[in-house]
Design a protein around this ligand. Structure first.
Ligand code: DC
Length: 238
């Protein structure tokens, strides 16, 4: 089967990464979690005093972002791709509430985005990749063969995020989680640099009431249809 690029965008906690991981595993593609890259930059900023009064210090972050070494390595034991910041595995640390609350502000910085997009294009240049984020179908890979835009009911999303936190031993009141999600969506949709919008040719997947299996089945069918259309086109050319 022809290798394709799959772009998955959408709101926070809509199950983008769950879908992306399942697809990558099924298709034997690589999976790139672009949110993890912005989270790694945010963690670096927190650790190095580049946040003041809850806001990122632009000059400081812009001055160092190009020097950061952000990469992914596959963990053979946990069967997951993990993000590394300057050689250190930061997969767990980037998922806490502190990074979550600041990341959308860091991700809005023009130079941070430009630097991450260069890296993302490099990581996906050979296709056979599933990449999830907010601007993959609109900005990073506008020619991706398959674009999904995922969404879900805010209550469902907050519960999912709480489950994710509690599985890591972190517990927060639901109202706090909801507010953090609402703020993040707002920041992501209203920023000047490649805001979160649905690409015109993206397919919307509202998974509020769908199981993981149902979602995967839906997307695998889309991919099969793509390959079928591709073959028909080739037959037509003969
Ligand atoms: O998917 P996530 O929750 O890990 O993303 C973390 C933050 O990074 C989120 O606020 C949006 C931002 N982000 C972005 O602006 N562009 C991307 N391609 C991926 C994430």
């Amino acid at each position: 089967m022809k290798k394709i690029t799959i772009a998955i965008d959408g709101f926070s906690s809509c199950g983008k990464s769950t879908m992306a991981k399942a697809l990558a595993q099924r298709l034997q593609y690589s999976y790139i979690d672009t949110g993890a890259m912005y989270r790694a930059v945010t963690l670096y900023a927190i650790r190095h005093g580049m946040i003041s009064a809850g806001l990122p210090l632009l000059d400081k972050i812009e001055g160092c972002v190009e020097q950061l070494d952000i990469s992914f390595r596959y963990n053979e034991v946990l069967h997951q791709s993990e993000v590394y910041l300057n050689g250190e595995n930061v997969e767990n640390e980037i998922r806490g509430m502190e990074v979550s609350s600041l990341v959308s502000k860091v991700a809005a910085i023009k130079k941070v985005r430009a630097t991450m997009v260069v890296l993302q294009r490099k990581l996906g240049k050979n296709k056979a990749v599933v990449m999830d984020g907010r601007d993959i179908g609109t900005s990073v890979f506008p020619n991706a063969e398959l674009k999904l835009f995922m969404t879900a009911d805010p209550e469902v999303r907050a519960r999912r995020r709480m489950d994710e936190y509690s599985s890591k031993g972190q517990f927060y009141p639901i109202e706090e989680v909801k507010e953090s999600l609402r703020q993040r969506d707002h920041d992501d949709m209203t920023r000047a640099e490649s805001p979160l919008v649905k690409a015109d040719d993206a397919i919307v997947l509202d998974n509020s009431e769908l199981s993981r299996e149902q979602q995967l089945e839906f997307v695998l069918k889309l991919i099969a249809d793509l390959h079928f259309a591709d073959k028909s086109e080739l037959r037509g050319q003969k």
